[in-house]
Ligand binder design. Structure first.
Ligand code: 6PG
Length: 252
């Protein structure tokens, strides 16, 4: 199977519960890190926001601490709410408390989306950060920019802060964009990586846990035409696209 064909295919693994899912995700992070450092002497990881990844981050900070070369790791974020880092809604704040405070990633290589600037200015700032920090490809050979991008999926099919029908979804050039979450979101103004940025991750891994995700996971993984254009259905890694799902989210 060609690399592109592999990327087009989703690999789906189902686990008995969220704990087993988090364990498998930690194994994936460690494996991607080993491969990246062996090949390129550095590991570039995009962290997901929301609540699902917290257990994974705690595992990475504890049981898996010694299995990731943190000193050679660069951290980016898939999205952020337009709030300061100490706001309870901050994705950076969640990652800091559950992982980053506990592992020796050099501070200069933790690239936080500066939500306190407001969505548009923070997106412009992050665009510049990405363009400075990531290897640029040669024309026609867009270098992969991230080794692994962790993502979640919302019940509406969003991923990162790419919401169905949103303007940010239409971005074909920028790597970071301002976005607006639906009225039900605690914080509507967001910053998000765009599809072009996410698509240049060698591996994209979507984490889905809990009965609340059952309907959207079924729609996306079944290939239902009505779900085909949803951001979480569209997102693909350059080499692999993996969905790690617990039984509550997968049904059965
Ligand atoms: C965010 C996330 C978002 C999240 C999904 C799933 O800022 O909220 O980046 O994309 O991953 O909404 O969230 P849960 O893990 O809380 O279900």
């Amino acid at each position: 199977m060609t690399g592109r064909a592999r990327a087009a295919e989703r690999e789906v693994r189902v686990f008995d519960d969220a704990a087993a899912l988090s364990e498998a995700a930690a194994e994936l992070v460690a494996a991607c890190a080993r491969g990246a450092v062996a090949e390129r002497e550095r590991f570039t990881l995009v962290l997901a926001g929301g609540s699902t990844p917290r257990a994974l981050y705690e595992l990475l900070a504890e049981e898996y601490r010694s299995r990731v070369p943190w000193e050679r790791t660069a951290i980016f974020f898939g999205d952020e709410r337009a709030v300061p880092p100490d706001d309870p809604e901050s994705n950076y704040g969640m990652a800091l408390g559950s992982l980053l405070r506990h592992v020796p990633v050099p501070a200069t290589r933790v690239h936080r989306m500066r939500g306190e600037l407001g969505a548009r200015d923070a997106a412009d700032d992050y665009e510049a950060v990405l363009r400075r920090a990531l290897p640029v490809g040669t024309p026609g050979n867009a270098a992969a920019t991230f080794d692994l991008a962790l993502l979640g999926v919302g019940a509406d099919g969003h991923t990162a802060s790419l919401f169905p029908g949103s303007e940010a979804l239409g971005q074909t050039e920028r790597w970071a964009a301002a976005a607006v979450a639906p009225p039900t979101a605690a914080v509507r103004d967001r910053i998000t990586l765009t599809m072009p940025a996410l698509g240049r991750a060698r591996v994209v891994c979507v984490l889905a846990a809990g009965a609340g995700k059952r309907e959207i996971v079924a729609a996306i993984l079944s290939g239902a035409p009505a779900a085909a254009a949803l951001p979480a259905a569209v997102v693909r890694g350059a080499e692999r696209t993996i969905w790690l799902v617990d039984r509550a989210a997968r049904g059965g």
